[in-house]
Write a protein that binds this ligand. Structure first.
Ligand code: ATP
Ligand code: MG
Length: 394
């Protein structure tokens, strides 16, 4: 048994010694069977929340009405949850109330996917009533029971299915995928905060590139804030190795860049992201566009600062791999690509300055071209005239 479980055994022993059943459950058992690094250890028990709090010296009541108590042991936190079913789903959200039950089997049955509905005893025996181990071996994501019913109960499970496909490099089984397609619109009922957590996990998973097309195929993307009708941009999401990014702000900067959102702030507010992240993305976005246009220069580096430079470089790396910012792309994005595109001619200079032709005309051409390339002035006759006169060029 892996080290994190060994450390947590004491919790199970204490529960057993007090006459309760207790098992390791959920993601940690799945990850153990997959030989992946184990995250949080969840424990399911027949003890009621008040009984859990009575037998452990250090506990935090994080949701006793839903059956969950955090037990602190040797500087670790363990979520200990009473066996329960979830009843009376209001509006396809979280259950309106939970019912505590006495059997582990009932508790496993309410869990989302077969791979997450496996329990492990203190001595490492596996209890797997829904064929979760086989699903893991076959790298398959399948709901416990009828997928339509399970997504109807809690629509977030559809997002969870896609994020697990990204994190674990698993495939959705056929029925599960078609049920998502059928029920995608139910995602509207889910709070944005819960969707955001799953979407971020999806983007940072190693198989994100394979999972994005599932969002497209199932139509689930239509119900992500700000993604309605963004199918073309979303398809481009799957070109990039998102997992090379590190910070949350980097992910969201790339999202805004690929969706070409004019107002990143409004878009990110829809996702209910913290202000700190929103501010960082807005800053990243401005500098990203500038660096793509002109490359780094001293002023840009100075204004951007070390943290932002590192974030932008990682984003550029992801974009470069796909040649998104090759010199050719940069060339195509220039405000003008040759002199004939200028909205003015030498005649205009002669007219404006009322002087004889001479070398000054060629010099002026160059000044105007530079100003347009540097975005100091728009390629528009009136604007150029205004700019030339205002800064007294020539
Ligand atoms: P991670 O490694 O990302 O934490 P996890 O499987 O542990 O993955 P959690 O969100 O921590 O996911 O949930 C713990 C367990 O609770 C799951 O493995 C699953 O058994 C159950 N669960 C979580 N969310 C749901 C849900 N919406 N519906 C049904 N069961 C759920
Ligand atoms: Mg977990």
């Amino acid at each position: 048994m892996d080290e994190p479980f060994v450390k947590a055994k004491k919790i199970l022993t204490t529960l057993h010694n007090n006459g309760y059943e207790a098992y390791f459950v959920g993601g940690s058992v799945r990850d153990y069977l997959l030989q992946r690094p184990i995250g949080d250890i969840d424990i399911a028990t027949s003890a009621r929340p008040e009984q859990i709090m009575a037998i452990f010296p250090k506990t935090i009541d994080v949701g006793a009405v839903h059956g969950t108590v955090i037990v602190l042991h040797n500087d670790e936190q363990y979520e200990v949850t009473t066996f329960r079913t979830e009843e009376g789903y209001d509006d396809y959200r979280r259950p309106s109330h939970v019912e505590f039950v006495t059997s582990l089997h009932e508790d496993l049955k309410r869990r989302d996917f077969t791979m997450n509905a496996i329990a492990m005893t203190i001595d490492g025996s596996i209890i797997d009533p829904f064929g979760g181990k086989k699903a893991i071996e076959e790298k398959r994501i399948q709901t416990v029971g009828d997928p339509n019913e399970r997504f109807f109960e809690d629509a977030l499970r559809m997002m969870r299915a896609v994020r697990f496909s990204s994190q674990l490099s698993f495939l959705l089984c056929k029925e599960t995928e078609s049920a998502i397609k059928e029920n995608a619109a139910l995602l509207k009922k889910i709070s944005v905060e819960r969707i955001t957590i799953e979407f971020e996990k999806l983007l940072s998973g190693p198989s994100c590139q394979e999972s994005i097309p599932i969002l497209v195929k199932t139509n689930l993307f239509q119900y992500l804030p700000g993604f309605t009708d963004e199918i073309q941009s979303l398809v481009r999401f799957s070109y990039y190795k998102w997992s090379q990014l590190q910070e949350r702000a980097e992910y969201w900067t790339l999202v805004c860049y690929l969706l070409n959102k004019n107002d990143s702030k409004a878009f990110l507010r829809q996702w209910k992201l913290p202000n700190k992240i929103i501010e960082q993305v807005v800053k990243n976005r401005i500098f990203l566009e500038k660096v793509i246009q002109t490359g780094w220069n001293k002023r840009l580096l100075y204004d951007c600062g070390i943290e932002c430079i590192q974030q932008i470089e990682r984003i550029l790396e992801v974009l470069r791999i796909h040649q998104e910012v090759s010199p050719l792309q940069k060339f195509k994005k220039l405000p003008i690509t040759q002199r004939s595109e200028l909205d003015i001619t030498g005649e205009d200079f002669l007219l404006w300055y009322k002087q004889k032709p001479g070398k000054w005309v060629a010099d002026l051409y160059e000044i105007v071209e530079n100003a347009i390339l540097e975005n100091k002035v728009e390629n528009n006759k009136e604007k150029i005239k205004e700019w030339l006169l205002s800064c007294n060029q020539k």
